[in-house]
Design a protein around this ligand. Structure first.
Ligand SMILES: [Zn+2]
Length: 256
């Protein structure tokens, strides 16, 4: 089982992973709040040669589902650029949130845009690493909050080899039960490529995206351990920094 965490110091991701005893780390390749183009990482060789596995999380502005051209077009470019930067680091995938459409648009329009993302890139030889679509917590017009819309999305993008990232905080806060969640997602996507194992500061179906450490979140830690045990995928913690080591220790003790 490969367990680790999201990197807090982008300048030294492997050092962060080693200090934590992580098997896998997740990192950004750009400022997650901006639209910068990724630059080569100064520690590329160290990252590539490390036994610690790496996955890249894309920047938060990206919304490939959007019906607004001025958001969707830069989002498509950013996904392609960040996938290339991920490949340059030897990462096994690029996590991209499912995104959403505005409240006056149909979810179907966003699903069509997701399909176009893959179709257009296929003409250029595909993405440099697998795109792992992550479920999200909030909104009524999200592509990947409720599992029935994930099923519709998968009908459109599954053929292109899209991967799936299951976030337990987002599923819970989004109103999807965590008991049996691994089987329910696998029945839809056929795969789980990555787990974001987070507890939640908020209640079931709150729609809020606020991660918590296992000891003080609203999700039963035994349920989190169960997801970790059954998902058969690398597990990355995105819990608050002060409790990450404790969360990891809990998993090592209860999943092993
Ligand atoms: Zn996540």
């Amino acid at each position: 089982m490969r367990i680790g965490a999201h990197v807090r110091q982008d300048s030294d991701p492997i050092g962060f992973g080693e200090r934590l005893g992580a098997d896998v780390i997740q990192m950004f390749v750009v400022d997650p709040q901006g639209w910068d183009k990724p630059q080569p990482h100064p520690r590329t060789e160290e990252i590539k040669s490390s036994p610690i596995d790496v996955v890249v999380h894309s920047s938060y502005q990206i919304n490939v589902a959007s019906t607004n051209n001025r958001l969707r077009m830069p989002s498509r470019n950013a996904v392609a650029q960040q996938a290339q930067a991920a490949a340059d680091l030897g990462a096994f995938g690029l996590v991209v949130h499912g995104g959403h459409v505005r409240s006056d648009a149909e979810i179907e329009a966003g699903i069509v845009n997701w399909r176009k993302l893959f179709e257009r890139q296929q003409d250029k030889g595909g993405f440099a690493v697998p795109i792992l679509i992550e479920n999200t917590a909030g909104g009524n017009h999200a592509m990947a909050r409720h599992f029935d819309s994930i099923a519709r999305l998968w009908d459109a993008v599954g053929d292109f080899g899209a991967g799936f990232c299951l976030d337990t905080c987002h599923a819970w806060a989004g109103g999807e039960e965590l008991i049996g969640v691994v089987d329910r997602i696998r029945a839809i996507t056929g795969r789980i490529d990555l787990v974001h194992l987070n507890s939640s500061r908020d209640d079931f179906n709150s729609g809020a995206d606020r991660h918590a450490n296992f000891a003080d979140g609203t999700i039963d830690p035994q349920l989190l351990a169960e997801v970790c045990r059954t998902a058969d995928a690398p597990v990355v913690l995105e819990t608050p920094a002060e409790g990450v080591a404790e969360d990891l220790a809990y998993l090592r003790e209860h999943v092993g």
